[in-house]
Each structure stands twice: as C-alpha cells, then as structure tokens.
Design a protein around this ligand. Structure first.
Ligand code: UDP
Length: 491
C-alpha cells in the first residue's frame, strides 16, 4: 500500500494560533488523506489529546519547553492568562524551540527510514524553521491564520518602524501604498507605543524577514475577497501565496480546541428559534477582549434604546479578572438584566457562547464584533453583516477591508478605551438592521460574499473553487520540492 503523505504542523503556543492550525490539519487530513504530525509543547499537547475529535490520524508530538528557564512562571506554555509584558517574554522564549525542533524533524525522518515529510507548515512567528526544513530538503510554508489585508498592514507596520509622521495623526505605509491611510487611532496599543526598539518590534523585525526564505505562504482567506493584501505579500516575499480559506473549526471541534466549554448550544438556539427571521443582533468581542465599564454601560443603554433583540456575550470589563464573577448590578444600567429578560428582548451569555451555531441561525440579522479574523470568516460564511468595534492587532485593518473593499461592515468604535456614546451605537445598529438603503445594500453584499466563499471551497466534478485550487498548488509545489531533493540525493 502506498504510504500516506505526512505534513508537520507547528503553531505558536496560543489558542488563537493553535485553533486555525488545527482547523487546517483537520481539513488537509479529511480532503487530502494526509497524516499530520502536530507539534507543540507538552501541556498544549496534553490538552489537545483529551479533546481531539475521534477518528483523526493527527499524531500529537511534544517538544520540550521549560518556561522557568526563561524567567517565566513554571508551566507557562500558552499565552492564556499571561500578563501583557510576559507575553513578549514568552514569544521570545519560543526562539529556544529551534534546536529541539531540528532534533524532532531529524528523528521523524529517521523513523520513516529517510522518507521525508511533504512539508513543514509553521507559525508566522517560527520563520527560523526554514533553515531546518531546507537542511533536510523538505518544503516549508508559513500558515497565516489572519486575513491577507489585515496581516499585510500588520507586517508592514512592524517592519517599517517608527512610522508616525512628526506632525500628523495619519500616515501611509511606505511599502503598501494601496492600503488607505492609517490613523493613529487604528493602531493597536502596543504599536502606538512602540518605537522600533521595544522587545516585540525587535523580535518581529527579526522573524518577519525570515518569511522571505520560506517556499510560500498559506493564508486563511479567500482570494476573491482579499486581493490587495495578497498582492502585497506576493510582491514583498516574491514567493507563492496560497489563499486556502476559510479554514474554520466546525461547531463540534470548537470546544475540542481547548476553548472554555461554555453553555451548551441549546439555550441560545431555543431563544433564537422564538425570534423572527433576521431580527437579532449578536454581540461578541472574541475569545480574549472585553470593553471598559463605561463602554459597557453605553452599549447596554444603546441596546435598550434600539429596541432590537440581541444576544450579548458578556465578560467582566477591562481591568477586572476575566474569570471573576460578572457584576451586572455594577457594570450594567440598573435593572437592565431583569428588564430584558421580562421583555424577552435579550440574552446575556456569560464568557462564552456557541458562536458558529448562533451565526448560522436564521434569526440573526447582524453581528457587533471586534473583527478578529475567525469571527469575520464565520460571519461572512453565513452572510451576516458586521458592525465593527476593533480592539487589537490586525482587527483595525480587518475593519478597513470589510468596510471599504468588501462593503459588509460599518465601524462603530475603536479600541477598548475610546469614548463612545450610546446614541452613536444606536445609529449604527439602526443603519445596519433597519430597512435603510445602506442596510439593504450591506445584506445584499453579505449574501453575495457568502456565495463567493461557498464557491471558493467547492470541489466537485467540473468545478474547483479558488481555495481548492490554491491548496492543489501548494501540494504540487511541495511534491516538486521533494522530487528535487530526491534527485539531488541520488546524484
Ligand atoms: N468564540 C466562540 N464563543 C465566544 C467567543 C469566541 O465560539 O463566546 C470563538 C469564535 O467563534 C472564533 C474564536 O472564538 O472562532 C475567536 O477568534 P477571533 O479570531 O475572532 O478572535 P480572537 O479571540 O482571536 O481575538
């Protein structure tokens, strides 16, 4: 029997990185029949082992890592619950994985009697692994879990520091003029404060240029929707860029990826079943972000004033322990929870909701989102327009793409500290959810985008979507690289 191809995958140790990698692993395994060697540090592997869906041929492999060697608290193997300054130390500490990763690859090849894995697919922070892949003659690709445009802005911002003009709040990215001007309020907080010499900037200025040596970039996006960002990377790194998205975890696998298994889907679904078609606003700021106390008050007031149905995933506001009890009487208007319950108007879900299931419900009309890329893909896959409230990282640029290029979003506020008035939130909710010209146009676009996404991942006789073609191209490039290595070894 012919041996199955093996792909080695190695995400950075954070849920936001592990999850898209796992989604890609499951996709490749299902559609291409490959085996996957999924590498991570012991505690992450342990967590994955207890939660992977049955019948996967994903082989989980541990790589040693001792956080105490890097001045980190013992057993720190994930960014979960790490205070902000320590996150950068943790990222820097990941550089120490280079030697153990080399050893692991060498042992893997020996175990397969010299048969090479098809490709090493690694995290955007692990560009250093190119050297290892090429030493053994194996193909190497970086998998970017974010969108093309958002990641292009992020890459450009960090590699062109310092970027703020002396006397202007707006600037153009020197190597990405196609992107619209960036306003200082669209910079994530760590970028706004960075001067190019801070540890994260120094780290990224080292690892981002390493992408140029990789054999290509796999991006979790859809080619038709994200042209400018993909063009940036094609120009910048001069290597193939394969938009293979959306690669998303199915509902069942979400909790399996180690997320807080929150409430069971039933209460939300049942509640949504009782509401009219296209009538509910879903509000969620992703897996890590939350808003300030005053923003929470304004948002709650806006929800009452707007009179719309809503599901809101609430967490303690910024500055409070995310795992602490939610104090509705302190953080929400007086009697809010009782009123919305009595009027059957809203559902507050604490910490974690079954987002994919909610977004797929026919009663959902719009999504007020922080525009993390997974949330964006999940909304667009279901044709749901977005009210954007970006908080960090590439989310600000994701909003620009969605609003200016794709036309399925309006921005309502920026960041976890901005001052926001409930009247303005109400206006945006009404603009999108009411039968306004803009609202109708956004819904039409969102449906169009949903169909584009469906087509991109279609693989039927006589029709292959763009993401499927990109995946084919990635596989042929990896196969040719291995043929080349074989020939070199034979000569
Ligand atoms: N998510 C969820 N329920 C929640 C909050 C988040 O299922 O209450 C999932 C969401 O469906 C998405 C992921 O967590 O898959 C969040 O990823 P995203 O890239 O949107 O944002 P991040 O959390 O990385 O900021």
């Amino acid at each position: 029997m012919e041996k199955k191809e093996n792909i080695v995958m190695f995400p950075f140790m954070a849920q936001g990185h592990i999850i898209p990698f796992l989604a890609l692993a499951l996709e490749i395994q299902k559609k291409r029949g490959c085996t996957i060697t999924f590498v991570n540090t012991p505690l992450n592997i342990k967590k994955l082992r207890s939660s992977l869906p049955p019948n996967t041929s994903i082989r989980l492999v541990e790589i040693p890592f001792n956080s105490s060697d890097h001045g980190l608290p013992p057993n720190t193997e994930n960014t979960n619950a790490l205070p902000y300054p320590l996150i950068f130390r943790f990222i820097e500490a990941s550089l120490s994985l280079k030697l153990p990763f080399r050893k692991l690859i060498s042992e893997l090849i020996a175990e397969q009697n010299g048969h090479l894995p098809l490709c090493l697919v690694v995290d955007m922070f692990f560009g250093w692994s190119v050297e290892i892949a090429h030493e053994f003659g194996v193909s190497h690709a970086i998998f970017v879990g974010g969108g093309g445009f958002g990641m292009a802005c992020y890459y450009s911002l960090w590699t062109n520091m310092p970027h703020l003009g002396a006397d202007s709040d707006e600037f153009t990215l020197p190597d990405f003029p196609e992107a619209s001007k960036i306003h200082v309020t669209q910079l994530p907080e760590n970028l706004r404060l960075a001067d190019g010499n801070d540890p994260f900037a120094v780290f990224l200025k080292k690892v981002f240029p390493e992408w140029l040596n990789s054999d290509g970039l796999l991006v979790n996006t859809v080619g038709e929707l994200d042209k400018i960002g993909l063009m940036y990377f094609r120009r910048k790194i001069g290597r193939p860029v394969w938009p293979v998205g959306p690669v998303l975890l199915s509902m069942e696998n979400h909790a399996g990826a180690g997320k807080v298994p929150g409430i069971t889907p039933d209460p939300c679904n049942k509640w949504l079943d009782s509401k009219p078609l296209n009538s509910v606003l879903y509000i969620c700021f992703g897996s890590q972000n939350t808003i300030s106390e005053s923003q929470m008050m304004q948002l709650a007031t806006a929800l009452e004033v707007s009179g719309k149905y809503f599901i809101w995933v609430v967490r303690p506001p910024t500055g409070f322990d995310i795992n602490s009890e939610f104090k509705a009487e302190e953080w929400l208007p007086q009697g809010f929870e009782q009123r919305i319950q009595d009027q059957k108007r809203g559902l507050l879900v604490h910490k974690w909701a079954p987002q994919v299931e909610i977004l797929s419900h026919k009663s959902i009309s719009a999504f007020l989102s922080h525009c993390g890329w997974n949330s964006v893909l999940e909304a667009l896959s279901h044709g749901v327009p977005i009210i954007g409230w970006p908080m960090a990282a590439d989310q600000f640029s994701n909003v620009v793409l969605l609003e200016k290029e794709v036309g399925v979003c309006v921005e309502v506020a920026r960041g976890p500290r901005c001052e926001v008035k409930h009247e303005d939130i109400v206006k945006k909710i009404e603009l999108v959810m009411n039968d306004t010209e803009k609202g109708k146009e956004m819904r039409r676009k969102a449906h169009e985008v949903r169909d584009i996404i469906k087509d991109a991942i279609r693989d039927e006789e006589g029709f292959k979507g763009s993401s499927m073609k990109a995946m084919d191209e990635f596989f042929s490039a990896a196969l040719s690289r291995r043929e080349k290595t074989k020939l070199e070894q034979e000569n």
